[in-house]
Design a binder for this molecule. Structure first.
Ligand SMILES: [Zn+2]
Length: 243
């Protein structure tokens, strides 16, 4: 196939644009934030479950504390009532019975108050544990939101880049002779499509050309389209090629 050297050089621009397009397509499909956002979603679910556990624990302690407080209240009222009765009774047997009950109520109140203090402390710890877990969850949410927004921006940038590259590509493709473009497109499915020949090496596969192939390449007319014997891509020869 024949093509003017200037037209062949257009292929180098196409290679550059097609590589950039490939990178931009990849960036659009797989923004670097995606994997981390997925991780954060899983982490957030895990942290949410832990928050529920800690909240339940706190609520249990709250419930137990109010039960104890109500028990204390009842026992105190009963003791006060017993004391009033004790003050009013003149019957020794009743007085002894009331004293006995007051004593056992005192012991009971004492035990309940100890438990109340323990529970107040435990409740404080449980509140702190809930707050800490909520803070962790909030951090994860914030990081996830930040990265999602970054990911969206990256996708938008990639889309803009793809649009610009596609315009550039169309401009160059429209200047490239049809048969040369078709040859490039066919080859570009499995190789870079075309490469600048430099330092005895194919720009497509970076392989050195054998002396025999090199001699054939040197003998080839400038407007004859050459292909790399190694990778099959179009060898573009310019003044930099040293041929
Ligand atoms: Zn090659």
């Amino acid at each position: 196939m024949k093509a003017a050297p200037d037209d062949q050089r257009l292929l180098l621009d196409l290679v550059r644009i097609d590589l950039a397009l490939e990178r931009a397509e990849d960036a659009r499909k797989n923004p670097p934030q995606t994997a981390r956002v997925k991780e954060l979603i899983a982490q957030r679910n895990e942290q949410g479950r832990e928050l529920v556990l800690r909240t339940n624990e706190r609520d249990d302690r709250k419930t137990e504390l109010s039960r104890i407080e109500s028990d204390i209240e009842i026992a105190r009222k009963r003791r006060d009532r017993d004391r009033d009765r004790l003050n009013q009774t003149a019957i020794a047997r009743d007085a002894r019975a009331l004293e006995g009950e007051i004593e056992s109520l005192d012991t009971r109140i004492d035990g309940l108050e100890t438990r109340q203090l323990e529970l107040m402390e435990a409740l404080q710890e449980a509140e702190a544990a809930v707050a800490a877990q909520q803070a962790t969850l909030d951090e994860t949410t914030a990081e996830g939101q930040r990265l999602s927004a970054e990911g969206k921006t990256a996708v938008k940038q990639a889309n803009d880049e793809i649009a610009a590259l596609t315009r550039d590509r169309e401009a160059i493709a429209s200047r490239t002779p049809d048969d040369l473009l078709a040859d490039y497109m066919r080859i570009a499915r499995r190789t870079p499509g075309a490469g600048l020949f430099q330092h005895g090496t194919c720009g497509g596969c970076r392989m050195a050309i054998s002396p025999r192939d090199l001699a054939a390449l040197k003998a080839l007319a400038d407007d004859e389209v050459a292909h790399c014997p190694e990778c099959g891509c179009i060898i573009v020869r310019t003044a930099e090629s040293g041929l």
